[in-house]
Design a protein around this ligand. Structure first.
Ligand SMILES: [Zn+2]
Length: 692
């Protein structure tokens, strides 16, 4: 098929990267350039796929699997630059392209996974896989590719394919509807208060509530809304039990109003269609389908993790509850502790026990020094060194570029960092790649970037971070190391291309090194005096961090257990909310704590299926990172060289080249237990006589 556009992919700055250091030449890229290049790159990729699928030669790893992995290089390149700019430096032109390109991409990739001739070739290789003499990584890539096609319906007959497409479409619109209903409920509910109703509320909250009221046309009053950033502090600080209850009932009732925005039917239909979809592509339940390529693998394995965590969290919450009830009684309340009281009394106890101001830490956490700390730890663990390359044009003048080298001086790749907030950047922090590292074909070296949203300091002043921000820097840098240290053959298993419940291990684990005393002593220096951070300041802060873990773990784990209960059934419940209530009853949910997300507003699992049968992954990753760092602590050396080498080889360099369970066991010698995580959260058994 002749190309319909005049774009030459071999000579376009979006697809031919000939800027300094092998980067795209950003000085030649305009935000209106993407649309036609996308069209040409999509057409080019489709031609490559047709050539692979229509080959007259018998399928081989080379002419099918490798050809498929290497196809679409121009599409990868234009996408990498586009999504980077869409997140970090967007404008109207980019947003217009985004709306235009997203459905095109979805159609393009769905056509590939439904390509019967292409699947026949992959299936042929898959059926003969035992006799092909494949190395373990290639075998794994073949199996993963085959499964991906099967899950997308490649094995179904025409009627089956049609049904699957209809289910997917309906699920997508149910997911969108769920989110919109919730948004409407959150937007519509508001409780206006006056000056006399504000007992207990701190300044920052009064300001936020005043602004929220003004936005709703009630200047001079104060609004409680259902945004978590107002609801949570309000129920924490308000002295008015009646108002706390009102806000709580509205918050917990989102999506369950009985009116046109009620999510009851949406949930019921979603669960029914998910169960049908799972059966259609060959799984017993939707959880089996979703967990198939994770580290946990099966619903029972998830429950095995959640069970002990749940029991410990409940024990701790029960002890905490007694303490809170004593406090409430001392204030003259003779009500039993209710769900709208917990945060309130917990905060009072926290203020009493851990009077502590986070702002005291900030002068010791200079951005520039914490970046050095990130690099220093990577040097000590993995032998990496970083040299800044100045004056390289990137997607924004704030972006910094570093060349990364191995211990023997050989080239490893590039690391780019974009630290400061600006209106054209979306909020949050993340890691991504302009280019990933792999050996197949001509091979490719990684170009990895980190995005932050720190507030820029005034001219001539250092940028000071909160402890959370410093942790975020380490966290994203841990993901970046996963991308930079990758040492695999196949592109599809490079870097962070690992299961959902494994991908946060390299990042969360890296956070632990920030608070290693020798790292802080060297890098956490007061910006005026140069003095290291006092140890007792840090100890105080660390002690405060486990406070309230019983409550937090109970509300989280209950949601994870309900998620798993819904999705590990082979059918769908007739009445989801009754099923939720039965599940909570069965696991012994404390009356005074509510689920963190109840079914009618559980966006993680119903607004799209990103975290359906997957809410547990947050906890799973925490188990892994705590257990992995405990391995270093057990040796008495946070930089133990032997262990660091194992960590590099089996975790940071391995990408998705092997089963995560195998990788973890190769590093640690055994599978993780939740003990280290429970200890970190302060949930291991209380000592006799120890008080809250
Ligand atoms: Zn992360």
């Amino acid at each position: 098929m002749p190309s319909e556009t005049a774009i030459d992919l071999n000579n376009n700055p979006l697809t031919l990267w000939n800027g300094p250091l092998g980067l795209p030449d950003f000085s030649r890229i305009g935000s209106g350039d993407f649309g036609p290049v996308f069209d040409a790159a999509l057409a080019g990729h489709a031609e490559e796929i047709d050539a692979i699928a229509g080959s007259a030669d018998a399928p081989t790893i080379e002419n099918t699997l490798a050809a498929l992995e290497l196809a679409g290089d121009p599409l990868d390149r234009v996408s990498a630059i586009f999504w980077c700019m869409a997140g970090t430096n967007t404008n109207d032109a980019i947003q217009a392209t985004e709306r235009e390109i997203s459905p095109k991409m979805a159609r393009h990739f769905s056509a590939i996974s439904m390509n019967a001739k292409l699947f026949a070739r992959i299936d042929d290789l898959y059926q003969r896989r035992a006799s092909l003499g494949l190395d373990p990584e290639t075998l794994r890539v073949l199996e993963k590719t085959w499964k991906r096609f099967v899950k997308a319906g490649a094995k179904l007959d025409e009627a089956g394919k049609k049904r699957l497409a209809a289910i997917n479409e309906e699920l997508a619109s149910l997911g969108a509807k769920f989110g919109q209903n919730l948004l409407a409920d959150e937007r519509d509910w508001v409780l206006f208060l006056d000056e006399t109703d504000l007992a207990g509320l701190p300044e920052f909250l009064r300001n936020a509530m005043a602004e929220a009221a003004e936005m709703r046309g009630q200047k001079g009053r104060y609004a409680v809304t259902l945004s978590r950033s107002i609801y949570e502090p309000f129920t924490t600080y308000s002295e008015r039990r009646d108002l706390r209850e009102k806000a709580f009932r509205a918050f917990i009732g989102r999506g369950e109003t009985g009116g046109p925005t009620d999510n009851g039917q949406v949930v019921k239909d979603t669960l029914r269609l998910r169960a049908e979809k799972a059966k259609l592509v060959g799984y017993d339940s939707f959880a089996d389908l979703k967990l198939d390529d994770t580290m946990a693998k099966t619903p029972p394995a998830v429950l095995e993790l959640l069970g002990p965590v749940w029991r410990k969290a409940r024990e701790k919450a029960a002890i905490d509850q007694a303490g809170l009830e004593r406090l409430a009684a001392a204030e003259g309340s003779n009500n039993p502790l209710a769900a709208w009281d917990w945060r309130h009394y917990q905060e009072k106890l926290r203020a009493e026990k851990f009077a502590f101001d986070e702002a005291e830490l900030k002068p010791y956490l200079q951005l520039e020094r914490i970046i050095e700390a990130c690099f220093d730890v990577a040097g000590r663990l993995f032998g990496l060194s970083f040299v800044e390359k100045k004056g390289i044009a990137a997607w924004h003048p704030d972006v910094r570029v570093f060349e990364v080298r191995n211990a023997d001086g050989s080239y490893r790749g590039l690391f780019m960092a974009d630290h400061f907030a600006r209106p054209s950047k979306r909020s949050g922090a993340w890691m991504s790649a302009l280019q990933s590292g792999y050996q197949l074909g001509k091979g490719s070296t990684p170009v990895i970037y980190n995005i932050m949203n720190f507030a820029k300091a005034a001219e001539g002043k250092p940028c000071l971070l909160s402890l959370d921000e410093a942790k975020t820097l380490f966290h994203e840098f841990g993901h970046a190391l996963h991308g930079m240290l990758t040492d695999v053959t196949w592109p599809s298993v490079a870097g962070t291309s690992v299961p959902r419940d494994f991908v946060e291990l390299p990042s969360q684990l890296y956070e632990h090194w920030l608070t290693v005393p020798e790292v802080l002593e060297k890098h956490a220096l007061h910006y005026e005096t140069g003095d290291p951070m006092p140890k007792q300041l840090l100890d105080k802060m660390l002690a405060a961090s486990t406070f309230g873990a019983g409550f937090a773990t109970v509300e989280f784990t209950a949601s994870a257990m309900v998620d798993m209960a819904y999705h590990s059934r082979s059918d769908a419940p007739e009445n989801p909310l009754a099923f939720e209530a039965q599940t909570l009853e069965r696991i012994g949910m404390p009356d005074a704590i509510a689920m963190r997300h109840r079914t009618p507003h559980f966006q993680h699992i119903f607004s799209g299926d990103g975290y359906s049968a997957g809410y547990y992954s947050y906890l799973w990753s925490e188990v892994l990172d705590a257990d992995a760092f405990a391995a270093f602590e057990e040796t008495g050396d946070p930089f133990n060289p032997e262990l660091a080498e194992k960590l590099r080889r089996h975790i940071y360099a391995a990408g998705g080249s092997a089963d995560p369970e195998e990788l973890y066991t190769a590093f640690r010698g055994k599978m993780p237990t939740p003990d280290a995580m429970l200890k970190k959260r302060g949930l291991l058994p209380m000592m006799a006589g120890e008080e809250l």
